[in-house]
Design a protein around this ligand. Structure first.
Ligand code: ARG
Length: 459
């Protein structure tokens, strides 16, 4: 018999049960469901809506059920549809009428909204810790590499020299923003919907603020219809998770490139690489590729839910049951990828000589050579033109800008002097960019300090 069976004369067929049941995936919210019900029961008793003895019996039995679920002693049933009704059914089997009083002034619509908010809050805290760990590893590697020169790219063409520290600190900025996005998502999730009822609240004198306090929420929802129809907090989380995956994926793309024989900027630990079943020489960056690949799923979860929600009239519609697999799937994927990525990075070896060698080719000091002339009074556009011609000359001669003789230089511009050679060393190029946000070690050291402070403050 279904908990809602009164109005029905026929029972659902088993295929329908299987189709609309969500217990296979929403059982992971058992703890939140029980904690929410305990708070609700406590409040019902305090308000005199149900007898205090019943409230106490409900709370006690729910705690027992929680313990048994955790010990793996409870089997959920598909016919009972979802985690909410499974637990209520077990409760009622044990304490009869008292159990039947639990759902007074409550609907599964506000119950599921509550459970999911509680579940997401817990997960957001865990994911934030993982993002923080990654930022810590980035900061540590950066600290050891403020003088490690490497080529910086635009269009994947060598552009200007930077340092490995500066490159990694770019990612630290991204992950700091991700951390903030998660905090923002948390803030909007941290609102308590119970008391919204099915959609229009209830006539029982519920103490919503009391429940809010019991469950550790910051505020109560202000509109009962929105309280049950809103899944923005899921979209917020999925957006934050998609952005994390986008950042991880970009980083993975670089790691894959850097691992190639052509780049050879990084050597991944054997623990984070795999071999080929046919080619004995291969060492593939599979973990990085998988993380890049799994990004698609998380985007899929976001777009799936956005699409599910887009046509829904107020308030609750069963379509919304689709929210959970999207949210759980994205959470699971991100929680799997973040630690793998962090460990892959912390165990990798950076091949600094190859990075330096890479920065030497490709005329990555051409801007600085042009700036050299401009600092001596040549208008920048003219300096740009002169250097363009010099680069062309070097390509024909198969040499680098710093290899040109003073005679060759003066032939194109009399402004060149002996100090040119010092001005175009890679060290000068990097050290000279000492403005805020620049790659000069004097600057990156400051950013590393800022990040360390950030790590301290965001405990
Ligand atoms: N299993 C449902 C879900 O996940 C719970 C809410 C059901 N409410 C209802 N009126 N059918 O959305």
């Amino acid at each position: 018999m279904k908990l809602w069976g009164g109005r029905f004369t026929k029972s659902t067929d088993s295929a329908t049960d299987h189709f609309h049941s969500s217990i296979s995936f929403d059982q992971r919210m058992y703890k939140e469901d029980i904690e929410g019900s305990i708070a609700h029961a406590k409040m019902l008793g305090k308000q005199g809506i149900i007898p205090v003895e019943d409230s106490i019996a409900i709370q006690k039995t729910l705690k027992e059920i929680l313990g048994e679920i955790e010990e793996g002693k409870i089997e959920f049933s598909e016919a009972a549809e979802d985690i909410h009704m499974n637990i209520e059914t077990i409760l009622t089997e044990r304490i009869g009428d008292a159990g039947k009083r639990l759902h007074t002034g409550r609907s599964r619509n506000d119950q599921v909204a509550l459970d999911l908010r509680m579940y997401n809050k817990k997960e957001i805290i865990e994911i934030k810790a993982m993002v923080k760990e990654l930022i810590k590893v980035l900061t540590d590697i950066a600290e050891k590499n403020t003088f490690t020169i490497m080529p910086g790219y635009t269009h994947l063409q060598k552009a200007q020299p930077v340092t490995l520290a500066h490159h990694l600190l770019a990612y630290a900025e991204m992950f700091k923003r991700d951390y903030e996005r998660l905090s923002e998502a948390y803030r909007r999730t941290d609102v308590m919907p119970l008391g919204s009822g099915a959609l229009a609240g209830t006539t029982y004198p519920l103490d919503r603020e009391y429940v809010c306090e019991l469950l550790g929420f910051s505020a109560v929802t202000l509109n009962s219809m929105d309280g049950v129809a809103d899944r923005d907090f899921c979209i917020d989380l999925l957006t934050a998770l998609s952005t994390i995956m986008m950042h991880l994926s970009r980083f993975c793309e670089e790691i894959i490139l850097w691992s190639t024989n052509e780049f050879k900027f990084i050597e991944l630990s054997d623990a984070y690489s795999t071999g080929s079943s046919i080619m004995p020489q291969k060492k593939n960056p599979d973990m990085a590729e998988l993380i890049r690949g799994k990004t698609g799923r998380v985007y899929g979860n976001l777009f799936g839910l956005l699409t599910t929600l887009k046509g829904l009239p107020l308030t609750y519609n069963k379509d919304m049951q689709e929210d959970k697999e999207a949210v759980f799937g994205a959470i699971d994927t991100v929680k799997m990828c973040l630690p793998v990525f962090t460990n892959m990075l912390s165990t990798a070896t950076f091949l600094k000589d190859n990075m330096l060698h890479g920065a030497k080719g490709g005329f990555s000091n051409a801007t600085d050579a042009a700036d050299y002339l401009t600092k001596k009074g040549v208008p920048f556009r003219d300096s740009h033109e002169i250097l363009g011609r010099l680069v062309l000359y070097c390509i024909e001669k198969n040499c680098m800008l710093e290899d040109l003789t003073m005679t060759e230089l003066k032939a194109i511009s009399p402004v060149f002097g002996e100090d040119y050679y010092e001005a175009v060393t890679l060290e000068s190029c990097v050290n000279g960019r000492s403005l805020i946000g620049g790659p000069a070690p004097t600057q990156t050291v400051k950013v590393i300090e800022i990040n360390k402070k950030w790590l301290e403050e965001n405990k």
